[in-house]
Design a protein around this ligand. Structure first.
Ligand code: PEP
Ligand code: MN
Length: 351
């Protein structure tokens, strides 16, 4: 159940709803939007009905949820969302949404300050307005590089300070969400954790935008239900990322489900971006798949770049460098206006 407060509802009226819900043993998660506040209720629906919440001052509507995802659906919000990333950390905030095409780029894994800084400069040169980089790496093989952890988070924050790029980085363990939130501008939930409900709930409570990758065996419905877990905890600043799914095809690491972009856009108001690097796992396919992402109407791409891919500790074969980065830059400059969008476009000053 969702309680929609009227635009002029006072903090006391919101609190009154929350405390009334708690009298039933239920939980109430407050999401303060620009225009209105919504309160997601988790618990016994019959108990909530008996509370007659609609009669409370400041309550505009009480919506019973009959579909598995509601907050993230176009029924709840027909207009496409824009997610703002990078406020309050000294970074230059970035908008991810329908008017822009956002390039997020950086190394797969943070390996050192010098490597991350160099990758961030390459990302910027390609037109990126956000930096990616893993400090906690969820590797399939247990003996492969697992990331620098907290040291990697420090490095990301330093590189943000130098470059002004907001940072997205993955969090794997629900117990690390507070730690990672202290450094990151956006929390990434990776493909392997898309259905880790404890993690989804923890990032939903963290108050930072979330980048939710699609699990390689997840249907679009399962992906949107995962997003609903985050939204239900009071966080609607979610960007979805299509990163390929497992099929019988072995020519690529996974099969990029390009149709998922418009499919999701018909079901959900959330921005959706594409990861051409992890989906194919092959450098030579990153540019063609980036072009496909622009043409299909994605809101951005997430691309691996590395100053020395041969020496990369993680995913070197898919990382762009040198001439490939320059080609990515010129491709974006040519094609994004043709798709009716603006490249990058940091948010207006003042956000
Ligand atoms: C990543 O982006 O670093 C990553 C591990 O991707 P995925 O979760 O999509 O495999
Ligand atoms: Mn990777």
């Amino acid at each position: 159940m969702v309680v929609v407060m009227s635009p002029d509802a006072t903090p006391e009226q919101i609190e009154a709803v929350v405390s009334r819900v708690r009298t039933t043993g239920g939980e109430a998660f407050v999401s303060r939007g620009v225009q209105r506040t919504i309160i997601g209720l988790v618990g016994d629906v019959d108990h909530f009905r008996a509370l007659n919440l609609r009669s409370l001052p400041g309550v505009a509507d009480v919506i019973a949820i009959s579909t598995p995802y509601k907050l993230v659906s176009v029924d709840h919000q027909p207009a496409r969302s824009t997610v703002v990333v990078g406020t309050g950390t000294g970074a230059r905030p970035v908008m991810i949404g329908p008017d822009t095409f956002t390039l997020i780029a950086g190394p797969c894994a943070v390996e050192s300050l010098a490597q991350t800084l160099e990758a961030a400069e390459m990302a910027k040169a390609a037109g990126a307005t956000m930096l990616r980089g893993g400090a906690f790496k969820p590797r399939a093989a247990p003996r492969e590089f697992q990331g620098l952890g907290k040291v990697g988070l420090h490095i990301l924050a330093e590189v943000r300070e130098v470059t002004g790029l907001p940072v997205v980085t993955e969090v794997i363990d629900p117990g690390d969400v507070d730690l990672v939130s202290g450094y990151a501008d956006m929390l990434q939930v990776g493909a392997r954790n898309m259905q880790n409900t404890a993690l989804l709930q923890a990032v939903g409570r963290a108050g930072k935008p979330v980048l939710l990758k699609r699990g390689i065996q997840a249907t679009v419905d399962e992906w949107l239900m995962a997003a609903e877990y985050v939204a239900q905890r009071g966080n609607l600043d979610i960007v979805l990322c299509e990163r390929g799914i497992r099929t019988f095809e072995t020519a690529t690491a996974t099969t990029l489900d390009i149709a998922a972009v418009p499919v999701v856009q018909r079901l959900s108001h959330l921005p959706v971006i594409v990861d051409p690097s992890h989906s194919a796992g092959r450098r030579d396919l990153v540019l063609p798949l980036s072009r496909a992402a622009i043409a299909v109407g994605a809101d951005g791409i997430l691309v691996d770049v590395h100053p020395d891919p041969e020496a990369a500790l993680c995913d070197g074969p898919q990382a762009l460098a040198g001439a490939d980065v320059r080609e990515l830059a010129s491709t974006l400059r040519r094609l994004i206006p043709a798709a009716g969008r603006r490249l990058g476009d940091p948010s207006p000053v003042g956000l």
